[in-house]
Write a protein that binds this ligand. Structure first.
Ligand code: FMN
Length: 216
């Protein structure tokens, strides 16, 4: 099995969490003898080549971060430039995010199902996982520990050709946090989180408070 992998993050490869996740995921794939070629949507110079490879390859994996509960704009722009295929191509996805609850990624998952159909590809599932905000802030062993669980998912994908296995489904973790955790997180965000974000905004030159509502 040879897979065309497209990193759909607008962040350049060096700073992309998706890239670090793919490092582990593809090492699991390699253990099964599968090969891959990876491209980055963040590098517009690669777009012509990715479009060509998209039309040629029968196994394609698009890995992307959730941006504002949705698909990154740069990836959308690229996807809109693809020609639909209708040749039995298998298309799977890794959809990863900062916040940990699975539920916030389900809307994106539905979109990716529709997208596969519109691109004339067979939908082969989406591996869904949050809690990835800080991967790129770490190096070496610490980073490897954070992304290590993706190695097994890479093996699963390469062996099954899709993301539909029970292991892939369970990989998401909790759909929503228990009630007491939500209350605690809500309280932390409303106090320390608010102070922290307002401080960031001030440092970046923002002159109004973040809850400023000029239109109400
Ligand atoms: C502009 C922007 C919007 C984001 N929106 C969300 C979001 O709605 N939900 C979430 O859980 N994470 C969100 N994140 C966090 C990213 O999904 C997360 O950090 C991801 O691992 C980034 O992958 P990348 O570095 O490959 O782009 C956002 C990050 C950015 C920069």
């Amino acid at each position: 099995m040879h897979v065309l992998i497209i990193n759909g993050s607008p962040r350049v490869k060096k700073y992309s969490n998706t890239d670090k996740i793919l490092d582990s995921f593809t090492s699991g794939m390699k253990e099964t003898g599968a090969g891959f070629t990876q491209y980055e949507v963040s590098d517009r110079k690669q777009w012509d080549e990715i479009r060509k490879k998209f039309s040629e390859n029968k196994n394609i994996l698009i890995a992307l971060p959730l941006f504002v509960e949705c698909i990154p704009g740069l990836l959308m722009e690229f996807l809109e430039s693809l020609e639909p295929k209708n040749d039995g191509t298998k298309l799977a996805f890794i959809l990863q995010s900062g916040f940990a609850e699975g539920v916030q990624l389900r809307c994106g998952e539905e979109f990716l199902k529709m997208l596969s159909e519109r691109l004339g590809c067979e939908y082969c599932g989406t591996l869904i996982k949050g809690n990835n905000f800080s991967i790129r802030l770490f190096d070496g062993e610490q980073r490897d520990n954070m992304t290590a669980p993706y190695i097994e998912m890479g093996r699963e994908y390469a062996q099954n050709g899709d993301m539909f296995s029970d292991k892939c489904r369970r990989f998401t973790g909790p759909e929503v946090f228990p009630f007491y955790v939500r209350i605690l997180l809500g309280a932390l965000m409303a106090t320390f989180g608010r102070i922290g974000f307002n401080r960031f905004a001030k440092d970046w030159g923002c002159t109004k408070r973040l809850d400023f509502r000029p239109y109400t």
